[in-house]
Every structure is written in C-alpha cells, then in structure tokens.
Design a protein around this ligand. Structure first.
Ligand code: ADP
Ligand code: MG
Length: 325
C-alpha cells in the first residue's frame, strides 16, 4: 500500500511548504513532452509525457538510470534535437514550433552547453582565453568587451593565471572549468551540462559543482545538469529523478532547524498533469508490474491497494461460431 500525505484543503504540495519561496517566473516549461527516435523499423520512445518546470535562476540536477532519457531531455533543451510532441518552452521560445534560423540563434545566444567528454568542449589548438572568446567573436562582440568578459569569467573560475595555456596543459578539472566559461561566453540565460564531472575524481567534481553554484548565484544563470555524483544534493536547489522518459520523483534539500549547516533531503513522488504517478522501484517490485490496483482519496490521503492479477475474460463469451456453409 502506498500512502501520500497532503493537506486536506490543498492536495498539491506548495514550494512554501517545503521552505522554498516561489518568487521567480518559470524559465523552462515542459508539458507532456515526447521524443521518439525512429531507426529503420524500430521506434524508441526516449521521453514519454515528461513534465518539468524550472524557475528562473534555479539550479537543478537530473539523475536516473542509463537509458532513462536524461541526455535526450538535455539535447531537446539545448535545441540540438527536436521534440516529437508536447510542449517545451524555454524563456520566450517555443522549441516545438521554432524555425531553423531561430534555433541557430537560440543555440548561439540563449543556451550554453558543457559535455562530459572534456575533449569535446574545447578547441585543442586554441589557448584558454581564445577558446572563451571564440563564441563571442562569432556573435560579433567587440574586442574590448570580449577581453573584459573573458577576464571576469576566468577570475570567477579561479583560472586567472591559466589564460595562455592550451587545453592539454590543463588538468581535467581545469578543462571543465574552462568549458563552463566557454558555455557562458555569450551570457546565456541557461546553462546545460550533461555529466560534466563524469571523467573527474570525486574531489575535483566537488570543486566543479561549487563553481557552478557560485556562477549561478553571481550571474543568475539557470542551470540544469545531469550527474551521477552522489553528493550533488548539497550543491543544488532540487534533484529531479527521471525514469522511463518521465519525471518520477523530486528531492528538495533544506536546512534543518536543529543544527545549523545540517541539511535534510526529502523525496516526493510526482503526479504529472495527466494524473500519472510512478511508484518507487522497490514498491513496483513488491506490487508486481502490470497488476491491478484500487485507488482511494480520503482526507487528503491517497491510498493505492494492489488487488492482484487481472481477471481473465471468460473465453465462452468470445467464442466465434463457424457459420455452417
Ligand atoms: P540517458 O542519457 O539517460 O542514458 P538517453 O537519453 O541517451 O538516456 O537515451 C534514452 C533512450 O533513447 C535509450 O533507449 C537510447 O538508446 C535511445 N536513444 C537516444 N538517442 C538515440 C538516437 N539518436 N537514436 C535512437 N535511439 C536513441
Ligand atoms: Mg546520457
């Protein structure tokens, strides 16, 4: 039996109840989003009715098993892949209904991207400062403004003394920090990172997350990242769990009142707009996949009770008579 407790008069959990204030407008809104890849005769449904809202200036982490659709979601948000159906709005842009030329501008100006593979983020024969200034030059930014901004970014990332180095002369962690600077070169409102610390050791990964948190606070950039880093909850506002192409649960970490500095993490199941809910993995196993259940709602408490296997239809009702010829 699953029981979710809510307030009797107000079934939805409000951010205020979690000690969070909803003050910022939404920057990302995905509604019933689908992405279907077609390869030869095979169809893969990578996103199946995903709902996600991200506030302006929020920093979130997306976690989930391999193949659950994390990179697909990132590629859709980055404007690299077009969604198949549903709605996806980022800032003022509707990514489902956007022209190719607008999409180019979106990728160039509105969004910055950091990949897992350090080698994919930087141009190997350009030094650090030239790597950062390349996207600005492509966007037509003046030389003096380019220099001012790249200097500010480098000092924010603690790389002020590395400006003249080539990528291979940097450690993995430094390369990813430069990659973040490159992603922020055109002052995008959204920074996306797909497993940015996947190739780094734990300590270096922690430093990269600290940088992202710092930049998010300093410049107000909205950050969505995919990661497997176990301690990521400390660095983000919210952890979103994706399962089977849909958001299954969200965790919020908030300071406790007992001991300063302590944080508690609470996980909530997500009921999407169509009323769908995914049971946590352990419960699904106990429940038996594909069984029947009865649902009830009383005093703000939803109960779901497994009732076992589907009743088999009586074959007799469906017997087809062979007409006599
Ligand atoms: P994750 O990043 O969570 O590991 P992905 O988003 O990469 O998952 O993949 C989700 C599903 O979509 C997987 O089944 C994967 O095989 C499939 N998929 C991803 N990209 C493509 C593609 N370009 N063509 C066909 N199938 C794809
Ligand atoms: Mg992936």
């Amino acid at each position: 039996m699953v029981t979710t407790q809510g307030h009797p008069e107000d079934p939805g959990i409000q951010p205020e109840q979690l000690g969070l204030e909803r003050t910022e407008p939404l920057y990302i809104e995905c509604r019933d989003l689908f992405k279907i890849y077609k390869r030869a005769e095979l169809e893969v449904v990578a996103l199946r009715g995903l709902d996600l809202e991200v506030e302006t200036g929020e920093l979130i982490a997306i976690i989930g098993a391999s193949g659950s659709g994390k990179s697909t979601l990132m590629n859709v948000l980055a404007g690299l892949d077009r969604p198949s159906a549903g709605q996806v709005r980022v800032g003022s842009r509707d990514l489902l209904d956007i022209s190719d030329s607008e999409l180019v501008m979106y990728r160039r100006l509105d969004v910055g991207f950091v990949w897992q593979a350090t080698g994919r983020n930087l141009v190997s024969y350009l030094n650090v400062v030239d790597n950062i200034e390349l996207p600005m030059a492509m966007a037509g930014t003046s030389t003096s403004e380019r220099r001012n901004w790249s200097t500010e970014l480098l000092s924010s990332l603690g790389l002020g003394d590395k400006a003249g180095r080539l990528p291979y002369q940097l450690s993995g962690g430094e390369q990813q920090r430069v990659a973040i600077a490159v992603a922020l070169a055109n002052r995008p409102k959204l920074l996306l990172a797909d497993e940015p610390t996947g190739e780094l050791d734990t300590q270096t990964a922690g430093q990269v997350f600290e940088m992202l948190r710092e930049l998010n606070r300093t410049f107000g950039v909205t950050v969505v990242m995919v990661t497997h880093y176990p301690g990521v909850a400390h660095f983000v506002d919210r952890v979103v769990n994706i399962r089977d192409g849909r958001i299954s649960s969200e965790s919020y970490s908030s300071p406790t009142f007992q001991r300063q500095g302590d944080r508690v993490e609470e996980e909530y199941l997500v009921v999407d707009r169509a009323g769908r809910l995914q049971l946590p993995q352990e419960m699904t196993e106990q429940f038996g996949v594909g069984g029947l259940a009865k649902a009830g709602l009383e005093d703000g408490t939803i109960t779901i009770k497994p009732v076992g296997d589907r009743p088999r239809p009586s074959r007799g009702n469906y017997r087809r008579e062979t007409p006599a010829s």
